[in-house]
Design a protein around this ligand. Sequence first.
Ligand SMILES: Nc1ncnc2c1ncn2[C@@H]1O[C@H](COP(=O)(O)OP(=O)(O)OP(=O)(O)O)[C@@H](O)[C@H]1O
Length: 564
Amino acid sequence: MRIQANHVFFSYDRLPVLTDINLDIREGTLTVLCGVTGSGKSTLLRLLSGLAEPAAGTILLDGGQAAAGNVSMVFQQPETQLFAGSVHQELEYGLAERGVPGPQRLELIRSALARVGLPYDEFGGRSPFLLSGGEKRRLCIAAAIASLPGLLVLDEPTAGLDPQAAGSLLELLHGLRRSGLTLVIGTHDLDSFLPIADEAIVMSQGAVHYSGPASTLSADPLVLTGAGLEPPAYSRLGHRLRQRGLLAELPDSLDSLLAALAEQPLPAPPEEAPPASVQIPRLSWSGGENLLPAKGNMAGRSSAATDIQTASARKPWQRLDPRVKWLGMVLGTLAVLGMQALLPLLLASGLITGLMLSARIPWQRTIRFFRPFLLMFLFLWLLSALTWSSPDYKLGPVGLSLAGMERGGLNVLRFLLLVALGFLFTETTTGAPLREALEWGIAPLKKLGIRTRNWSLAVSVTLQFVPWILDKLAQLQLALNSRGRKARGMARYTPRQVALLIVPLLILVIGMGDELATAVESRGYDPTKERTPAYLLSWQNRDTLVMLCILLAAALLWTVSRFS
Ligand SMILES: Nc1ncnc2c1ncn2[C@@H]1O[C@H](COP(=O)(O)OP(=O)(O)OP(=O)(O)O)[C@@H](O)[C@H]1O
């Protein structure tokens, strides 16, 4: 399948991530997509797979738009997205979603499993969760190729695998390429993938730095260093040996380097040469140019990163002392909980909306956060309006009371405001300041023998867990979409779909909890010991001003709720 990207642009929450991408990937080729972290590889892969839409420009597959089943994507660490009871069911899910009729599925599943080296008779009935890491990765590739796509997109396919499993996965991908499948692989592992690639795309700061034959990257390492990447080890060694006249041709893989060295043994080092362990010369190109990432380019990146940090530090919300935000959160919560009438609740809604706008939280993120709550609150509101005796309205056998609707509406609004306060707080405060301020606030309780550090750690971890879970949920949704699931709106939340999201999510949450516990233990965490603060609290005049505003607003809300 031929892929053409024409003047493609993409942004996350108004942050430009891809700029003017133009590509033409030939059918039946294996293309490596590389670039430093954050250069936009994963984003570009999602666009090529049709899982995200470009903000501008077009992506054409075989000259037209992508059709269902045409493209499959295998995400980073895809085994975290397994959910079915057996290997057979895992593959059948994607085929069913893509509308493949039942009788044809078994043959496709058998063939896909055979292609990835997991014979159906041996693996079909096994639980995906009990396979080895390398087998799980193969299973995910089988699930992706079962529908016979024209293009297979993989993001970091060898990440987290041991060298042996990574080596055999590489063989598998090479085999798929030989069978005529078009592959685009995003990776940092150029040593492994460059030798088997036909084409290469090098990304730098959201733009295409190089697009062309993969062999050029091995022959001219400056292309990679110019994008902040290190050339493969075989290429660096080959270049150095060639400079010294010890090699006739530049190698295009580790194997060819070894073969060339076997034909032409290296001369013995001169007697007076110092032992390698004492003086290890740095590999350098002619003219002494260092192989480390090009300085100009990296300096550009780090200054860009500093600019972003400074810009975010300039945001007034980020500069506020976290104790002021805790005060606002606690007073706001108390004020909202004490409100019984509509007027003060509306006043508080206006105030919190104003604060959220001033915090400049991207609206897409806000919508994503509130959507599940809105559905739940709507349901609770309707539930509280239900009545069997003297209903004001009748919907068939169900009666609704006006007073119940009013009471339920006020409660729902109150909960929504509490959720909004928490959202505002966690979106504008990172973990360390949040914990330091809380610890400062509850420090007096230490005198009563209470372990306040345990409390503050628990609160900050809990608050930070919510955005983490939401992000994982979005990733799982995307992974289901990549298997052919395209449903939007309410159809996304059928009981089956919810189950397919909940199983891997629970496993991820348990895994995360386990990792956290191990990390805390391995750092020798002892709540009784003093520790160096991760964030230094510093109270400024502006904090006093904001504190006065908070006290005034709380007094105003309290007065209005008393007299309405
Ligand atoms: N969901 C998101 N919301 C906001 N920004 C995002 C999101 N996903 C990625 N980004 C940002 O977009 C930029 C490109 O990210 P992307 O994941 O495409 O990079 P990458 O080259 O694949 O990085 P890596 O090699 O670390 O996986 C980064 O600056 C990242 O912070």
